[in-house]
Write a new protein. Structure first.
Length: 202
């Protein structure tokens, strides 16, 4: 049997994006991780958007993949709703450590919530003592990664995700996806809507 998975961050099942099909796995936690020196303990898990800006801001997403247990995935697509500026190239990585979404809306420390320095601030490191977010993504900590050019269709980015990455999420070997702006040499903030926005994930 061929199984098609669509990771969705859109308004409804009947959304205008013609690519919305297959089994939809809702986003159940999201945040964006700030690497800028003065923002490394900031949690933004309750914001209505996810910011993408080179190595400074990376979106993190966790999905409910319970519908896929025991299935084989042949094709997967991540859909994100554009908020600001064009995302020209995306880096996609699994996250090799569990993390806490948090409820922050500003650039302040939220104890026991994810940020650049901690998977749960002041409580749980991303990996070893003194590690940071970069130690569990893009090949570190046995994480898996790829790069893709998003396709923008009627306000929605469609990003192909390799099946092996999805399988790692299904079996709980990895803890969501990190999405990075791979055109960081362009000093322009990109952003997409989060699950707290008027376009909630499902």
């Amino acid at each position: 049997m061929r199984i098609v998975l669509a990771f969705i961050a859109c308004l409804s099942i009947g959304c205008s994006n013609p690519a919305c099909f297959g089994i939809k796995c809702p986003v159940i936690a999201d945040n964006y991780i700030c690497a800028y020196e003065t923002e490394q303990e900031a949690n933004l898990g309750a914001r209505a958007f996810l910011r993408l800006k080179g190595i400074e801001d990376t979106a993190v997403l966790r999905f409910d993949t319970s519908q896929l247990k025991g299935m084989t995935v042949e094709k997967a697509t991540l859909y994100l709703h554009k908020k600001k500026n064009d995302l020209l190239m995306a880096g996609i990585s699994t996250i090799a450590s569990d993390w806490v979404e948090g409820h922050g809306k500003n650039y302040k420390t939220r104890h026991r919530a994810s940020c650049f320095k901690y998977a749960a601030c002041k409580k749980t490191p991303w990996s070893y003592t003194g590690s940071d977010f970069t130690d569990v993504i893009f090949g570190q900590g046995n994480s898996l990664f790829t790069y893709a050019r998003p396709k923008l269709v009627k306000g929605w980015y469609a990003i192909d995700i390799p099946p092996d990455i999805v399988h790692a999420l299904i079996i709980d070997d990895q803890y969501g996806l990190a999405i990075a702006d791979e055109k960081g040499q362009i000093p322009q903030e990109k952003s997409v809507h989060s699950r707290e926005s008027m376009f909630p994930p499902f």
